[in-house]
Design a protein around this ligand. Structure first.
Ligand code: PLP
Length: 408
């Protein structure tokens, strides 16, 4: 099969790491749902920052500080524009999705009372479960789980019935990192709003594959990690509607987040600085913007189309292997395939694939409840990015067949 919609050979040249070998074989990197690789265009931005204008931001009067501040704020504006937020002060830089969720959970601590309910989906990443459990323990709110079916789709009828005047918050990922399911977030948000609840959508897994529009979704909070979309680790965003960000208290104290400090009282800085205490990952923030530039130059629609081709091809080829079962067969899914082979532990397949230079993830993928649902210890997960090729999928399929023959 020949993939048609993207010049992958040219794209692959942008990624230095894709040229290396692992265990004597050319690397086949299929762990993109854990972290994506970084193109030279983004690496260059980081090198340029440290080579030419490394300085602390928002404080100095000197030239370097102003250049760094300008670049950082330009990145915030790029992010705003990409996600179509109404205001750039609705974009809060965080260290990633996990921090963004903790920021919101912490903020809601003072807004919830005993008997209030928080709904989370059954296919959440641990980073979207644990902060809510901690929150509920603190103030007596109740955590309820929106169930999913065998295909890995949320049961929307049950969700509708669970919503009530007690529901204060709904949390759900846009795309499941373990199954690839694309959740119907527009409907989830609309229904929650109808019963007066706020919604946080974890977009960590969606942002690399599709363009989410904050205003069109009418979402209250949305989170993204740069390292999943060809940016660096340690930086991400929390989008929050202005009215919500004004309501939530800051969750860390320090420099930059204050307007005035005396020992009697501190007044907080305006948005977004109220939530950005301390020196941030400046180079990372600027590189986050560069990563979005890179993706947009290729085009999010072209990326999505091509990744659907990879998904369809890989699904078909893997299904031809006897005894192989795919978990997560939602009608609407992205380029993630979680699977097992009868009688073989996923870890053993992952280890043998690594010996052949093929990087996949094995285990529970930070989504233990999903594994419990299917009553399995974990899965092998191959997740594809737009720089993966059809030839690489062929190598995966050959590798899985070889591993199966060796282990059975
Ligand atoms: C990766 C991921 C997270 C956690 O992101 P961090 O960058 O580790 O904070 C949360 N949710 C989903 C769906 C993810 O894929």
């Amino acid at each position: 099969m020949q993939a048609t919609t993207l010049d992958v050979t040219a794209i692959r040249k942008d990624f230095p790491i894709l040229q290396r070998k692992v265990n004597g074989y050319p690397l086949v990197y299929l762990d993109n749902a854990a972290t994506s690789q970084t193109p030279r265009q983004v690496i260059d931005v980081i090198v340029d920052y440290y080579s030419r204008y490394n300085a602390n931001i928002h404080r100095g009067v000197h030239a370097l500080s102003q250049e760094a501040t300008d670049a950082y704020e330009q990145a915030r504006e790029k992010i705003r524009s990409h996600f179509n937020a109404a205001h750039s002060h609705e974009i809060i830089f965080t260290s990633g999705t996990t921090e963004a969720i903790n920021l919101v959970a912490n903020g809601f601590s003072s807004l919830l009372a005993e008997g209030d309910e928080i709904l989370v989906s059954a296919m959440e990443h641990h980073s979207n479960i644990v902060p809510w459990q901690m929150l509920c323990e603190r103030n007596g709110a109740k955590l309820r789980v929106i169930p999913m079916n065998q295909q890995g789709e949320l049961e929307m009828d049950t969700y509708r019935e669970m919503l009530s005047g007690k529901t204060k918050l709904v949390f759900c990922n846009h795309i499941s990192n373990a199954l690839g399911t694309i959740n119907p977030v527009e409907e989830i948000i609309r229904l929650a709003h109808d019963s007066g609840a706020a919604v946080l959508i974890d977009g960590a897994q969606a942002a690399p594959h599709l363009k989410a529009d904050m205003q069109q979704l009418d979402v209250d909070f949305y989170t993204v990690s740069a390292h999943k979309l060809c940016g660096p680790t340690g930086v991400g965003m929390l989008y929050g509607k202005e009215e919500w960000l004004r309501k939530l208290p800051p969750y860390k104290g320090g420099g930059e987040m204050i307007a005035e400090v005396t020992f009697e009282k501190t007044t907080y800085a305006d948005l977004p600085h109220k939530f950005e205490a301390g020196t941030p990952n400046i180079a990372g923030g600027i590189a986050f913007g560069a990563a979005l530039d890179y993706l947009n130059a290729i085009g999010m629609e072209a990326i999505a189309r091509y990744e659907q081709e990879l998904l369809a091809y890989a699904t078909q080829k893997l299904q031809e292997i006897e005894g192989l079962r795919i978990y997560g067969t939602a009608a609407d899914k992205t380029s993630v395939i979680s699977f097992n082979i009868d009688g073989i532990h996923p870890y053993d397949i992952g280890t043998l694939l690594d010996k052949m230079g093929i990087a996949v993830r094995t285990g529970h993928h930070c989504a233990q409840p999903i594994m419990d649902f299917y009553q399995i210890p974990g899965t092998v997960r191959a997740s594809f990015c737009f720089y993966n090729s059809i030839e690489e999928i062929d190598r995966l399929v050959e590798g899985v067949k070889k591993a199966k023959d060796m282990l059975l």
